[in-house]
Write a protein that binds this ligand. Structure first.
Ligand code: AVI
Length: 325
């Protein structure tokens, strides 16, 4: 029998429900940040990226503006044709800086954004058609590694994979190593990856980025509870939770929580279970790790890549690290 699919994340609803159930039954309670991204979560994340406090996107944009030619020289070593792949491209705001430059330089490449959402790909492809009509684009719908593994058989052209925005920071170290090792296993020797890392810096700058004055990040986190109400028939009272964020400068871990403001019980109709919350009990909802070069080198070495070049913005807030398989 076909399993019912949850439209936003294309996960079977029972997997979604059972992961949420496991997270809320655990001690301490936790929910994975990948569940932030329903349509409203996507919209709020777009808003976060435009906030003054959220320096990450601007810093990576500045790196691309400054180093687009150098990146092209590495990607198209000796004018080799290459496939430029991107994991989770979103609206492509930063990537378009590179794409435009590569086209102007008549580089031999095509662009293959990979995303699990067909809608995201369609929107990106249609904006690229208008803005960069001569670009060869082939959106690839599916899980990142499945798509890469299928391609392995198609041709011997070099692949360059972009994994930007410090998305890697949403993994713990062991998860990041396992993700990057799977990425390495899907690539051929000589293929490249460009990974965005948000760096350790003044802790106040980091805290403000995840606790902005206008409350967009708060709404983004609280939307997770709204989503559980809508999709799993939960009865979270949003006035009885608050967003709290902390940063530990030693580990570089920025953590977000939703804190229960009262002793309360929440029921989830989809699975017929109730969860008890103590007053001040937190649900851990996100980790956004901040890096230093030692950790970046360790990640590359443990997952079978060699570091080729680290590129930074002038504030040294962000690093795009270029690795070779
Ligand atoms: C998607 N990810 C890299 C963002 C981050 O910075 O960890 C998600 C985010 N959470 C709160 N603000 C932005």
């Amino acid at each position: 029998m076909e399993k019912e699919l949850n439209e936003e994340v294309l996960l079977p609803t029972d997997t979604f429900a059972s992961e949420i159930d496991a997270g809320l039954s655990a001690n301490p309670k936790a929910i994975s940040s990948r569940y932030f991204y329903d349509a409203e979560g996507d919209r709020l994340f777009q808003k976060i990226m435009q906030l003054d406090e959220y320096y990450l996107s601007r810093a990576e944009y500045a790196i691309f503006k400054e180093h687009k030619e150098l990146l092209l020289q590495y990607f198209a070593d000796q004018r080799t044709a290459f496939h430029l792949m991107e994991f989770g491209a979103g609206d492509g705001w930063k990537t378009k800086v590179l794409l435009r430059h590569f086209i102007e330089q008549h580089a031999k490449f095509d662009y293959r954004p990979i995303d699990i959402s067909g809608n995201v790909l369609q929107e990106l492809e249609s904006s690229l058609k208008t803005e960069l009509p001569s670009l060869q684009v082939q959106g690839m719908e599916g899980e990142y590694f499945e798509v890469l593994n299928q391609m392995q058989k198609t041709d011997g052209q070099r692949k360059v994979v972009l994994f930007l925005g410090s998305n890697i920071g949403n993994f713990r170290q062991h998860q990041a190593i396992s993700f990057l090792s799977s990425l390495r296993a899907s690539l051929n020797q000589g293929d490249m990856v460009l990974i965005g890392f948000d760096m350790k810096k003044d802790p106040h700058v980091i805290r403000n980025a995840y606790d902005d004055a206008s409350g967009v990040t708060r709404d983004f986190n609280m939307n997770l509870l709204k989503r559980l109400n809508i999709e799993l028939g939960a009865n979270f009272d949003l006035t009885k939770f608050k967003h709290y964020q902390s940063y530990d400068p030693q580990s570089g871990e920025c953590r977000s929580y939703l804190i229960s403001l009262a002793e309360q019980e929440v029921t989830m109709q989809a699975i017929g279970v109730s969860y008890y919350f103590k007053k001040w009990e937190p649900i851990h909802v996100e980790i956004s790790r901040k890096f230093d070069f030692e950790t970046i080198n360790e990640l590359a070495a443990s997952s079978g890549f060699g570091v080729v070049k680290n590129l930074q913005d002038t504030d040294e807030y962000f690093t795009d690290s270029l690795w070779v398989a």
